[in-house]
Design a protein around this ligand. Structure first.
Ligand code: PLP
Length: 397
């Protein structure tokens, strides 16, 4: 940092947490433009472009609301635009973030029912179907799930959750948090019949933190007209008429929207399918490294393994945060900490956003060296296993 008395650290910092993810130079440059009049014609063009463009990332034809807020704000917006005081919602404990969304629901005056789990898997859709079948009076107004649980590294199957709701013949809304899934893992708002999708800027979209989203279905919009929780800043009804002309009812985060415009271009230039395939390969390579080290992956069910991050369980008697501290001090790399229930027991390797094969190998090398320095029992060769996988699956092979 300039002006600091600390010695300079050469090279770039490895930001390998599961978001915020590193911001590409193209996006930094796009955001460095002068601020413009957010009620003027130049802004209107930008507003229309990003409000249209972001739909292609959520894969929806319906409106996507953009808030100047972190993901937590968009969580709140999803609930208060659709629910009334005392409404029941069904939520699923995939991990820390699902738990936070549930406690938010309690605080804003709705009644979540939590399907509990051990944080080592994704959403088991049959449990949702079973609960909804028992709700013959249709008291449950929404099913809320986290697509990519960032605290554990489990990616749930939203198509299966949709199918479960349909199989139960239940009218509940489907609300999905894909704050860390969007633009890294395949996501299809319309095709999967999601009513409200919540996301944020600082993960797969490769932007700094600061904007977040609600993609909304026609059904959600209809429900919102009679929802009675108080709202103003988050109100879809206030936002949508302005958005129709490319504007916002209050001052938008203009420079983040410049960045969003560029991020959308970059994602389409690479191709969304290639973006998803890249993340899948990187997830596979990271898990091969972890398996070779002889360490345990937090998510135990293979079909839910996340392409976004890998949660690694520390062997008994070794503190994950001490290990992370050693890695930061020695190799200038930030790894994700274990959150709440798994604090000190787990570290997380983020492999999302603007990451290529060599970035991933560098990150895994930092982990392998760190395990040695921290005296964590492990077998060598994890990086080699990851390299072998990446070479064997190189896209232009
Ligand atoms: N949900 C998930 C899955 C997340 O990963 C996060 C943040 O990491 C949040 C919600 C909260 O978002 P924010 O920290 O942007 O408010």
């Amino acid at each position: 940092m300039s002006g600091s008395n600390e010695p300079r650290i050469a090279g770039r910092h490895f930001l390998q947490i599961p978001g915020p993810s590193p911001v590409p130079d193209r996006i930094l440059k796009a955001m460095s433009m002068q601020v413009i009049d957010h009620r003027g014609p130049e802004f209107q063009k930008l507003g229309k472009r990003v409000l249209d463009g972001i739909k292609t990332i959520f894969k929806t034809k319906s409106p996507v609301i953009i808030y100047p807020a972190s993901g937590t704000g968009a969580w709140e917006a999803a609930l208060i635009n659709t629910m009334s005081p005392g409404d029941k919602v069904l939520m699923y404990e995939t991990g820390h973030f699902a738990s936070l969304w549930k406690s938010m629901a309690e605080k804003i005056g709705i009644e979540p029912e939590f399907l509990e789990s051990d944080w080592r898997s994704g959403v088991e859709a049959n449990r949702i179907e079973e609960r909804l079948r028992a709700d013959t009076n249709h008291e449950i107004k929404a099913v809320c799930v986290v697509h990519n649980e960032t605290s554990t590294g489990a990616t749930s199957r939203i198509d299966e959750v949709r199918a479960a709701i349909d199989a139960a013949g239940h009218p509940a809304l489907l609300m999905v948090d894909t704050i860390s899934g969007l633009a890294s893992a395949d996501y299809r708002h319309d095709e999967w019949g999601v009513d409200v999708t919540v996301s944020g800027s600082q993960k797969g979209l490769m932007l700094p933190p600061g904007i977040s989203f609600n993609a909304i279905s026609e059904k959600a919009l209809e429900v919102s007209k009679s929802a009675k929780l108080p709202k103003l800043f988050w109100s879809w009804e206030e936002m949508l008429p302005h958005n129709a002309n490319g504007f916002f009812p209050y001052t938008p985060a203009t420079n983040l929207l410049y960045g969003l415009d560029e991020a959308i271009n970059m994602l389409h230039q690479e191709g969304l399918d290639s973006v998803f395939a890249r993340h899948i390969r990187h997830g596979e390579a990271a898990r091969k490294a972890v398996a070779t080290w002889g360490l345990e992956i937090l998510c135990q069910v293979e079909r839910y393994h996340s392409p976004v991050l890998t949660g690694v369980v520390m062997p008994e008697g070794h503190d994950a945060d001490n290990f992370r501290k050693l890695v930061l001090e020695n190799f200038d790399m930030s790894l994700g900490t274990g959150l709440s229930k798994v604090a000190g027991k787990v570290f997380r390797i983020g492999h999302l956003g603007d990451i290529n094969d060599l970035t991933l190998i560098g990150a895994l090398a930092g982990v392998e060296m760190g395990l040695g320095l921290a005296g964590v029992p492990h077998s060598k060769g994890g990086v080699q296993a990851a390299m072998d996988h990446l070479a064997a699956t190189a896209p232009s092979k």
